[in-house]
Design a protein around this ligand. Structure first.
Ligand SMILES: Nc1ncnc2c1ncn2[C@@H]1O[C@H](COP(=O)(O)OP(=O)(O)OP(=O)(O)O)[C@@H](O)[C@H]1O
Ligand SMILES: [Mg+2]
Length: 262
């Protein structure tokens, strides 16, 4: 047990309503596949580059668990957030989206980058989007114009964050945002929404309240339990439904038997 981090031990004690744990995914780490083809896609989208890698398997388990939620009537609009910055939200969204489109069900996925302050989702997918969410919400662009198909990944469409607006909260807290999600849910099988961290800004709570549910990304060994609790309290107050937690940054050397309790 010596090497197991505090966060892991605490998580094990709590037996939180997690969805799945994820191993480290760093450009220099074991699980990241080399680029084997000309691609603009970020190498950390391991589910795309190396679907058989151990971490890709974990994203598939995450996918399966999500699809099994609510007795097989899974959320169609799913917000991904975390308490603080840099916990792995965007990388989780990307890999989960790829795992979803690779499922047998031929799931059509829309990835919405609702981090209008510093969204980079489209960039990670090699998509150069001229307009995105902020333009659509401001009424400066039609939704159809802002949907970009990711050429290398069949069935994956992205709506980028767009130009940084003056008042992102007002933009997401709007009828336009609600209508957009409603429309998206009719056109796609699964809508995954990347957001900024909930403790810094309220965007994720607002979007979470109009989506079917929220996944909390927690960076193991770093994020304090108090912060995670606070984040979930904020989501609860916003009437957003937390479906589970995704632990990132799990050390590979954690023995397998510990996983069973996470
Ligand atoms: N499963 C993982 N294990 C370890 N590191 C990870 C994992 N997923 C992502 N990371 C790393 O964590 C860092 C932050 O990732 P990412 O940009 O996805 O976080 P974020 O929560 O979206 O950040 P921000 O709050 O800035 O939007 C990156 O360096 C990424 O490589
Ligand atoms: Mg991010």
């Amino acid at each position: 047990m010596g090497k197991i981090t505090d966060a892991l031990k605490k998580a094990a004690e709590e037996r939180v309503g997690h969805i799945e744990k994820l191993n480290r995914v760093r450009a220099t780490r074991l699980f990241v596949a080399q680029r084997t083809m000309e691609s603009q896609i970020d190498p950390r989208v391991v589910a795309f580059f190396d679907p058989k890698a151990a971490i890709s398997e974990q994203y598939k388990i995450l996918r399966t668990n999500i699809l099994a939620l609510n007795k097989g009537n899974p959320p169609r609009t799913l917000v991904v957030t975390s308490s603080t910055q840099g916990e792995g939200k965007t990388i989780t969204c990307l890999n989960l989206a790829v795992a979803m489109v690779h499922s047998n069900r031929k799931t059509r996925v829309l990835l919405i980058d609702a981090d209008m302050r510093r969204g980079r989702t489209a960039e990670y997918l090699g998509v150069k989007a001229e307009v995105g969410l902020s333009e659509v919400l401001k009424g400066e662009a039609e939704l159809e114009q802002a949907l970009y198909h990711v050429e290398a990944i069949e069935n994956l469409t992205v709506l980028s964050s767009g130009a940084v607006p003056d008042h992102p909260v007002e933009l997401v807290d709007s009828t336009a945002m609600r209508d957009l999600l409603k429309t998206a849910a009719t056109q796609f099988d699964m809508v995954i929404i990347d957001t900024p961290p909930i403790i810094s800004v309220t965007d994720a709570g607002i979007v979470g309240s109009i989506a079917d549910g929220v996944l909390m990304v927690v960076r193991a060994g770093k994020t304090q339990r108090g912060l995670v609790n606070r984040a979930e309290e904020l989501l609860y107050q916003s009437h957003a439904k937390v479906l589970g937690r995704v632990l990132t940054n799990i050390e590979y050397h954690v023995p397998e038997y510990i996983y069973r309790y996470l």
